[in-house]
Design a protein. Structure first.
Length: 194
């Protein structure tokens, strides 16, 4: 009876040793990317001290611009007619310098959540990026970002990039960047509307 348990145990131990031997000549496992030695080499490109100390202004969300609601026709502000709500979860930026210019790529990430009146299709969200230097607006761009919603019962993630910001490299750290939804001015009601 004991012999029946010993043989499978020895076979399992032998298999484990053979498998370990196959891995021993590799610098890492296949799951960690060790099979491709070229992919694991560190980058030889050096980061300059000036790049580490370089000024890259933060991106901020203004109050009231992190959410965007869309309603079915005639259902403005009626929760049962909400088609979807989009929300911004994160904003970031990357800066590079070239020829005395500061180039900024702003990214906005978030999700679209369908509401009770939601349906599959493409939705358009107005995302604005504004750059201010002191009290002066030096850049303002409104992007009509489209997101395809395939499942009206699940959230859909989105990322909007604006890589077109370029301004003279500032000597003073007085730049502010804002990103958020911009629905424009409120719609005027007709004078005779009840």
């Amino acid at each position: 009876m004991a012999d029946r348990r010993i043989v499978p145990g020895l076979m399992l131990a032998g298999f484990m040793l053979a498998a370990a031997g196959c891995q021993s000549g590799d610098s890492g496992s296949a799951l960690l990317g060790g099979g491709n030695k070229e992919a694991t080499k560190p980058s030889t490109k050096k980061v300059l001290e000036s790049e580490l100390r370089g000024y890259c202004p933060l991106v901020n969300l203004r109050d009231g611009t992190a959410y965007f609601n869309s309603y079915a026709k005639g259902g403005q502000d009626d929760p049962s007619k909400l088609s979807y709500q989009a929300s911004i979860a994160d904003v970031t930026r990357a800066c590079t310098r070239s020829g005395g210019m500061l180039n900024i790529n702003v990214a906005v990430a978030g999700k679209v959540v369908p509401g009770p009146a939601g349906a599959s299709g493409t939705i358009t969200m107005p995302v604005r990026v504004v750059v201010m230097q002191g009290d002066t607006i030096v850049y303002s761009e409104l992007k009509k970002h489209q997101v395809a919603v395939s499942d009206p019962s699940a959230a859909t993630q989105f990322v909007v990039n604006d890589p077109n910001i370029s301004l003279p490299d500032p000597t003073v750290r007085n730049i502010r960047i804002y990103a958020g939804f911009d629905e424009g001015p409120p719609k005027k009601k007709a004078a005779n509307a009840e």
